[in-house]
Design a protein around this ligand. Sequence first.
Ligand SMILES: [Zn+2]
Length: 307
Amino acid sequence: MSLTVITHDAFARHPVPTGHPERPDRIRHVWQAIDDGFSHLPKLEAPEADNASIARVHGERYLDFIARQQPEDDLIALDPDTHMGRGSLEAGLRAAGGAVLAVDQVMNGATDRAFLAARPPGHHAEPDRPMGFCLFSSAAIAAQHARANHGLTRVAVLDFDVHHGNGTQAAFWDDGDLTFASSHQMPLYPGSGAAAETGCGNIHNAPMRHGDGGAEVLAAWRDHLLPQVRAAKPELIIISAGFDAHADDPLAGLTMQAHDFHDLTVMIRQLAEDVAEGRIVSLLEGGYDLAALKASVTAHLTALDDA
Ligand SMILES: [Zn+2]
């Protein structure tokens, strides 16, 4: 059993306006967590995704559309939260490409589990538009790549970012072989994620209340979300690993601690070993308090790395 880390220097070169929470220091703190505790792990560089990988989720013309937005110098806003500057396109393409490489590594048997340390995040990007700090829907791109290139039929994305993964949900909405399970604070950005949003029976949302912490979130996964995922018999587990449900996060009001992310990851690993031959691809999403992000990533990787 093994864990591989995938990242790239380009993830520190996606610029954002001063004061923006999704800033380059985030990835530097994640790298510090990896250097401090996980320097023994194999590390690979994230390649840029090709158009075919992106088009499976976003359509043939989306990459051209995003590439045309990239400014020469200053920053531009694609929506009130989502910006591009010099370096953003490369970072976005490597975030998507790193997710694809993570699938390849796991499916080829080079590793049992892979963690992609990337920014920008991906789970808010919808099939036809960038949104909420996200340019490309990395988790959905990874799932579709696993089906197109590795012969899988059923893939599940498990999303414990504090915000609802509207982009992944939209990409999976009417495909019963793709399962999406999410815990998230509600009401909160982006506004979706009600329990009544069920797709074709493949979408499982567990909205949490302001103030809920590890006990409530882990109970939602143990009692509701993981049994639904287990019943779907996914052949690969993809985690949208956001750490902004931490108590110290400035963007939300849940009260998880770093050790809760460890315990939740252990539960997900057990499910993966039961139904998906242990295959896990974990993709970094949010987490905006730098110390909490570092501690939570350390906890998550500890659970993924343990033999
Ligand atoms: Zn988030």
